[in-house]
Ligand binder design. Structure first.
Ligand SMILES: Cc1ncc(COP(=O)(O)O)c(C=O)c1O
Length: 366
């Protein structure tokens, strides 16, 4: 147990009652609570369709399948990410092309991305890592020029914005995670957002075993091969009250992030990552760069402050050194992020005093 944990899920009043209500109802699988949850998030994002699924990983796979991506195709993604982003490309049978990220934002290097495009490239999965929004002016130009689709791995970026548009409105399909590390959580789960009604209908059917009318309990027949990626009423109930307060939760995160920024700006040994120009960060994770990251991480943990690495550099892992995966470039940006990025504690109920303790102990070590 840490004195100051990295995260602490916030379950607002009414959550336990809602979960018990579902348990008492006997309607435990996907149903009306899931639909209510999807609707609240859809209204918040301002997109046409939101589908709840079992995880961000299955949501990304669903998105690739909806776009008919599979063997013979290439999909480009960023090296600095959670492995799931690239796993799904292989799961659908396509080739993965992995490119570097920019050292300052930790987002996909748009020049490297453009260079890696070939006639086989069907889609790009850029990652709005930690809640830092993607540059959609740039991505739109790439999308049009090369006729590729954009599936945003928005695991961390519910509420992030680029030029006033929320994550989930600019990609062809965007996928969010509801893992407990995320500020809106159902325990496990994901959300798929799109403005395209055909893809939404297809994905809804596919995640319901290929049923014709996916959300009713009537037997409408199975129109295609499908699978089961439904999010149960129980898990939707865990997230429902949080969803009703997304704005409040986001505002709180941004306030906590602003406190850290105030205390850390200009301090020796600390570099703050850059936010995309024109973007509004959601601060799913508050991260900084420090020189002796592993030493700092170990020492802070010993003091009861749970800090963590940012995420992984895929090219360093055997899973991504195999045929059908093209590693493009030298990955200087990704390696820098992997070695120097440090995630600081940030959770809804964190107090300013705790943030001051984190900063004080951090600065002592630098
Ligand atoms: C960038 C990124 N993509 C994908 C995932 C996978 O999400 P899930 O656990 O919901 O499948 C994560 C999980 O943390 C992530 O950070």
């Amino acid at each position: 147990m840490y004195k100051i944990p990295l995260i602490k899920p916030y379950l607002p009043e009414g959550t336990k009652e809602k979960v018990l209500e579902v348990l008492d109802s006997g309607y435990l699988t996907e149903g009306p609570v899931t639909a209510e949850f999807e609707n609240i998030v859809k209204e918040f994002i301002g997109c046409g369709h939101v589908l709840a699924v079992t995880s961000c990983t299955t949501g990304l796979e669903l998105a690739l399948r909806a776009l008919n991506i599979g063997p013979g195709h290439e999909v480009i993604t960023a090296d600095y990410t959670y492995p799931a982003t690239a796993d799904v490309i292989k799961i659908v049978g396509a080739d993965a092309v992995i490119v570097d990220v920019s050292k300052d934002t930790m987002l996909i290097d748009y020049d490297a991305l453009e260079k890696a495009i070939t006639p086989k490239t069907k889609a790009i999965i850029p990652v709005s890592i930690f809640g830092n929004p993607l540059d959609y002016d740039r991505l739109d130009r790439i999308r049009k020029k090369y006729n590729v689709k954009i599936i945003e791995d928005a695991a961390c970026s519910l509420g992030a914005e680029y030029k006033g548009g929320k994550a989930g409105t600019q990609a062809d399909i965007a996928v969010f995670s509801l893992h407990p590390r995320k500020f809106l959580t159902s325990g496990e789960g994901g959300l798929v957002a799109t403005n395209n009604p055909e893809w939404a209908t297809w994905m809804n059917s596919y995640k319901h075993f290929g049923m014709g009318s996916a959300t009713s309990r009537e037997n409408t027949g199975f129109q295609m091969i499908g699978t089961n990626y439904k999010l149960s009423n129980i898990l939707a109930a865990v997230a429902l009250e949080q969803a009703k307060q997304i704005d409040v939760l986001l505002e709180r995160r941004r306030q906590l992030a602003a406190n850290y920024i105030d205390m850390l700006t200009g301090k020796n040994g600390v570099t703050l990552p850059a936010v995309t120009k024109g973007g509004l960060h959601s601060y799913q994770t508050f991260s900084i760069f420090v020189e002796e990251r592993d030493h700092v991480m170990k020492s802070m943990r010993e003091m009861g402050i749970e800090v963590q690495i940012g995420t992984y550099s895929l090219h360093m892992h055997n899973a991504f050194k195999q045929p059908g995966i093209r590693l493009e470039g030298n990955f200087d940006g990704s390696r820098y992020a992997f070695e120097h990025c440090l995630a600081l504690p940030l959770y809804h109920e964190m107090e300013l005093g705790q943030q001051k303790t984190v900063v004080r102990e951090l600065l002592k070590l630098l």
